[in-house]
Design a protein around this ligand. Structure first.
Ligand code: PEP
Length: 237
C-alpha cells in the first residue's frame, strides 16, 4: 500500500474544492488496496474539504499545528482543531515551517505530541540543504533530525524531503534516495511508513516509488491538479 499525500501549501480558495472532488472521483477508479490518497489543504479549506470528501476514499490532513490544545495563541491552530475539521493526518516539521516559523527540535517534539494527543497521525518531515548534501553529511544530518520521533517511530509517518528538491524540479538519484531510506529504516524499524518528497511528478513517480523502503510520496506542486496527482498514484505499484 502506497501513501500518496498532497501538500497544497498556501494554495486554494473555495473553488479548488472542485479539484479535490476530481481527485476523489479518480481515486475511486484506482485499485483500493494499492493506494491511500490524502490531501492536506490550507486550514481554510480543511472542514469544507473533509465534508466534500466524506464518503470517498481520500483522507484529509493539516499542514501544521500548535502544540497546545487551546489558549492565547493568536493566529495559530491546535491539533484538536485540525482533527475537529475532519482530518486524519498532520504534516509537522515541513522545511518551509522550519524556515519561516523557526520550528526547532524541541518545538517539533511538542507538536508531534500534540498531534498524537488529538488522534492525528503526524507526517514528520526531514531533509538536508544543498550545502549539507554537497559536504557529504546528508545522512548524519537527517539521522539527527530523526531524534524527535525515534522513540515513537511506530506512531508516525516520516517524509524525507531534501530541501533543494522541493519545488525546484531537481530530484536526488535513486541511489541517494535508497541510501537515505535504508538509513531511516535501520534507525526507525519496520513499522514506520517512509515517504519521499521533492519534485515528484507523474513522469518520475514510478521510478521513485519503486525504490526499496519508499512507501509513498509527499507531493507539493503536482498535487494541485487532479490529473497529475492521480498520475502519481497510478505510478505506485
Ligand atoms: C513539498 O513541499 O512537500 C513538496 C514535496 O513540494 P514539491 O512536490 O512541489 O517539490
Amino acid at each position: 500500500m502506497s501513501l500518496i499525500i498532497g501538500n497544497w501549501k498556501m494554495h486554494g480558495l473555495k473553488d479548488a474544492l472542485g479539484e479535490a472532488r476530481a481527485i476523489s472521483g479518480g481515486a475511486a477508479m484506482l485499485p483500493e488496496d494499492k493506494h491511500q490518497l490524502v490531501i492536506c489543504p490550507p486550514y481554510t479549506l480543511l472542514a469544507m474539504m473533509a465534508e466534500a470528501l466524506m464518503e470517498t476514499n481520500v483522507l484529509i490532513g493539516g499542514q501544521d499545528c500548535h502544540p497546545s490544545p487551546s489558549g492565547a495563541h493568536t493566529g495559530r491552530i491546535s491539533a484538536e482543531m485540525v482533527a475537529d475539521c475532519g482530518a486524519t493526518y498532520c504534516i509537522i516539521g515541513h522545511s518551509e515551517c522550519r524556515d519561516e516559523l523557526g520550528d526547532d527540535d524541541e518545538l517539533l517534539s511538542r507538536k508531534v505530541e500534540g498531534a498524537l494527543r488529538a488522534g492525528l497521525v503526524p507526517i514528520f518531515c526531514v531533509g538536508e540543504s544543498l550545502e549539507i548534501r554537497e559536504t557529504g553529511h546528508a545522512e548524519t544530518f537527517v539521522n539527527g533530525q530523526l531524534d524527535v520521533v525515534a522513540k515513537i517511530a511506530d506512531r508516525v509517518i516520516v517524509a524525507y524531503e531534501p530541501i533543494w528538491a522541493i519545488g525546484t524540479g531537481k530530484v536526488p538519484t535513486v541511489e541517494d534516495i535508497a541510501a537515505m531510506h535504508a538509513m531511516m529504516r535501520e534507525r526507525l524499524g519496520g513499522s514506520t511508513p517512509l515517504l519521499y518528497g521533492g519534485s515528484v511528478k507523474p513522469g518520475n513517480a514510478a521510478e521513485i516509488l519503486a525504490v526499496e523502503n519508499v512507501n509513498g510520496a509527499l507531493v507539493g506542486g503536482a498535487s494541485l491538479k487532479a490529473e497529475d496527482f492521480l498520475g502519481i498514484a497510478q505510478a505506485a505499484s
